[in-house]
Write a protein that binds this ligand. Structure first.
Ligand code: PLP
Length: 461
């Protein structure tokens, strides 16, 4: 996967192209500029979530249909962002739209259980092989509740996560993400660092980070915690990291983590907020064949509506069933969301959908690899079903440390601008990946690869 002999890219050329592309994008997005001015008067920073911020202004969207979105300047773009990976179904899918419209007329919220909530749980149980489910309204709520359940089940407070992994915006997990290289700490003693303001250090200290793809380091840290009488309640992790571009698990790693956590009586939570529904019917759990004690879902589950779910073994979920843990929420299992999720699972994300996504992504990854090889770029393409990325790094990234040490962030930023200026709506940020939808075609993927090739040619002339 890692490239060998690569060209040295002229940094001045990157900056020159970045300036050119930035001014082009600014010229094409005047309505977004005006909208930011209006928004700032009432919406903090002009956006609904800090992840939507962008300098000099965010690109405000107006609508989406199938694989396309339009911004407020009416620029039409193929969507490879897909709502941070939520819209694997494509926009305004007719089956989901129909289910939502039908449900609207029957009433959308009772805070009482409905039949759709049972049907969705039955389907999730079938897909993941985990017997007991509950709902939330977002990925953050899913991971927060899953951790609370694990703590109640084990009677322990300390938790373990992977350094650099994002699991949502609550205090338990806003720890040791996106920090500068020098602040990481040494590999066997990675630092518990609050991510942003307002997170007490005392809370962060309960969350212990360990490096991805290193089961021995995990076990050493667990043993040390045991000797300090701080055995973790759970390990929460993505089976494939989706917040450093994509970092796949090395062969044997997940199996080793499963064995270590089982041996120590630690609850293993696979956070499938990004991988669930998107990379196989049963997410990363199915794809990698390792069974956790719990999974957390959100994003693509609701087909574009705010949704979330937690699945777990009978043993772990007992604390919910017997009332020890209050797993609650006014909108949990909201009928509108459940109608969308049911249509999504039963009629949209079918076995044929995954065959199509795999074929599309193979095309994307092969196409990007061919560009990299042709131009000897320092990077590599990696993908898994609907998700993939080009990682601009001369060596393979296996964890946060190697990502921080090697990723070429300026090239990442330039690639984003090239995409945006050529009809590709792409996830902003240096840690993100593309998400394809079932409405994308091979032609759409070829367009993406052509734009990447154009950037490579421009960089090297
Ligand atoms: C792996 C993972 N877990 C949890 C979350 C939090 O989900 P939400 O933004 O719906 O709260 C995210 C969001 O990107 C995520 O990528």
């Amino acid at each position: 996967m890692a490239t060998t002999a690569t060209v040295k890219i002229d940094r001045d050329r990157i900056r020159e192209l970045t300036a050119r592309e930035e001014s082009h994008l600014n010229a094409e997005t005047g309505a977004s500029k005006r909208m930011l001015k209006r928004a700032q008067a009432s919406l903090s920073g002009g956006v609904a979530s800090s992840y939507q911020l962008r300098d000099p202004w965010p690109i405000y969207l107006s609508r989406g249909k199938g694989p396309r979105v339009w911004d407020v300047d009416d620029n039409e773009m193929l969507d490879f962002h897909n709502g941070f990976g939520s819209m694997v179904q494509g926009h305004a899918h007719p089956e989901i739209t129909k289910a939502v419209v039908e449900r609207m007329e029957l009433g959308t919220h009772f805070a009482a259980p409905t039949e759709d909530a049972i049907a969705v749980a039955e389907e999730l149980k079938r897909r993941w092989g985990l017997p007991q489910w509950r709902y939330t309204n977002s990925g953050s709520e899913s991971t927060m509740d899953a951790i609370r359940i694990a703590r109640a089940h084990t009677g322990r407070d300390t938790i373990m996560k992977i350094f650099g992994s994002y699991h949502g915006h609550h205090d338990y997990v806003m720890v040791s993400i996106g920090v500068p290289y020098g602040a990481i700490g040494d590999r066997d003693n990675l630092a518990s660092l609050p991510y942003g303001g307002g997170i007490p250090q005392s809370v962060a200290n309960m969350t212990i980070p360990v490096p991805f793809n290193d089961a021995d380091a995990m076990e050493r840290r667990i043993e040390r915690l045991i000797s300090e009488d701080r055995k973790p309640a759970c390990v929460i992790m993505e089976a494939a990291m989706m917040n450093l571009g994509i970092v796949l698990p090395e062969p044997g790693y997940l199996e080793a983590v499963r064995e270590i956590t089982k041996r120590h009586g630690i609850v293993l939570i696979f956070d499938e907020v990004k991988t669930g529904i998107c990379i196989a019917a049963g997410g990363a759990t199915e794809r990698f064949g390792v069974m956790p004690d719990m999974v957390t879902l959100a994003k693509a589950l609701g087909g574009g509506l705010p949704s979330g779910a937690i699945g777990g073994s009978e043993e772990v979920m007992k604390v919910v069933a017997d009332g020890k843990v209050y797993q609650v929420g006014t909108y949990n299992g909201n009928p509108l969301v459940m109608a969308a999720a049911r249509a999504n699972l039963e009629k949209v994300m079918t076995p044929a959908a995954y065959v199509h996504l795999d074929a599309l992504n193979d095309h994307m990854v092969k196409g990007c690899r061919a560009v990299i090889d042709r131009h000897h770029l320092p990077g590599y393409a990696v993908g898994i079903s609907s998700k993939g990325c080009v990682t601009f790094s001369p060596t393979k990234v296996v964890d946060y440390e190697s990502f921080k040490a090697n990723q070429d962030g300026e090239l990442c930023d330039l690639a984003w601008l090239y995409n945006m200026n050529r009809g590709i709506f792409m996830t902003p940020g240096r840690e993100e990946e593309w998400t394809l939808s079932i409405t994308h075609s091979i032609d759409d993927c070829e367009h993406f690869v052509r734009v990447f090739d154009e950037m490579a040619r421009d960089l090297l002339t």
